[in-house]
Design a protein around this ligand. Structure first.
Ligand code: C2E
Ligand code: MG
Ligand code: MG
Ligand code: MG
Length: 281
């Protein structure tokens, strides 16, 4: 009785493992096809100057348009792509698309100003990210000061010396560097002193419960005090309400991004948004 129960459990477990492995295989097959067929879309979320409300630039955020499943958010495929190395091809397609989009907007007299791109750890370690950025900047004649590269603090700590050199080379190309999701990784504050970084992006989990959470208020104040006094450009992510915006502005946070201003939008809609911006000015 107990034996057969144990065996059944074992079989069930094995069947589940097989199903998981199969799911992963088919997810990888789909992702490989998506890379070949260029099924990725870059969406854009505006970044705003909190004191003037003026447009400063946008963050590029990838989505996957699967022909059968529709639009798939990045967190549903980026982690797998990071594990199996497909992020290298996806990341390059994103970089290429952003540069091509900028160039197209410029030819229509639309000024996208600054475009921030998320870059994953493996792109730093397993590809020549500096040469790739340079190649697309040359091809699309991207001026200095337009592109910004966002990296998360967790992977910076894996090999700080190597990262430091790569970040300096990126800056030498006229590309600024940002730490994304700042405050959520496990890393020493010492790297703020050591690494060539221009921008800190305060993670949106610290913004979410403002103004009700006094702890989050304290954390955000501390990040702003540190960031501003060290000369970083500080951007608050995930601003959803007027109250959050007002709080951040009063605390001398100069830049923000979030649903309160605009959600990430597909290229056509963002192009329209840029058009409206240039009509205002
Ligand atoms: P992230 O870089 O921290 O991007 C910000 C995320 O917060 C985006 O989610 C954005 O849509 C969302 N967001 C912005 N404002 C608000 C707000 O007011 N409220 C809430 N609740 N959310 C807001 P998304 O587009 O789903 O991207 C998730 C993550 O996927 C990104 O986090 C980034 O880590 C990763 N990712 C996106 N695109 C790329 C890419 O091209 N390459 C790589 N390597 N990672 C990417
Ligand atoms: Mg980001
Ligand atoms: Mg972020
Ligand atoms: Mg994030």
């Amino acid at each position: 009785e107990a034996k057969s129960k144990g065996r059944n459990t074992y079989c069930f477990y094995q069947a589940e493992m097989t199903a998981k492995a199969q799911q992963r295989l088919s997810a990888e097959r789909d992702l490989r096809r998506a890379i070949e067929n260029r099924e990725f879309e870059v969406w854009y979320q505006p970044q705003i100057d909190l004191s003037t409300q003026l447009f400063l630039g946008a963050e590029a955020l990838v989505r996957w348009r699967d022909p059968t499943r529709g639009l798939i958010p990045p967190l549903d495929f980026i982690p797998l792509a990071e594990q199996n190395g497909m992020i290298l091809a996806i990341g390059e397609q994103v970089l290429h698309q952003v540069c091509a989009d900028f160039s197209e907007w410029r030819s229509r007299q639309l000024n996208a100003k600054r475009l921030a791109i998320n870059v994953a750890g493996p792109q730093f370690y397993r590809s020549d990210i500096v040469a790739t950025i340079k190649r697309y900047m040359d091809q699309y004649q991207i001026p200095h000061g337009v592109l910004e590269i966002e990296i998360t603090e967790t992977f910076m700590m894996e090999n700080p010396q190597e990262i430091k050199e790569i970040l300096s080379k990126i800056q030498q190309l006229g590309v600024t560097t940002a730490i994304d999701d700042f405050g959520t990784g496990f890393s020493s504050l010492a790297y703020l002193r050591e690494l060539p970084i221009d921008t800190l992006k305060i993670d949106r989990t610290f913004i979410r419960d403002i103004p009700s959470s006094s702890k989050d208020i304290a954390i955000v104040r501390a990040i702003l005090a540190l960031g501003n006094s060290m000369g970083f450009n500080v951007v608050a992510e995930g601003i959803e309400t007027q109250e959050q915006r007002d709080f951040l502005q009063a605390e001398d946070c100069r830049e923000g991004q979030g649903y309160y201003f605009a959600k990430p939008m597909p290229k056509a809609e963002f192009t329209q948004w840029l058009q409206n911006q240039s009509d205002i000015v």
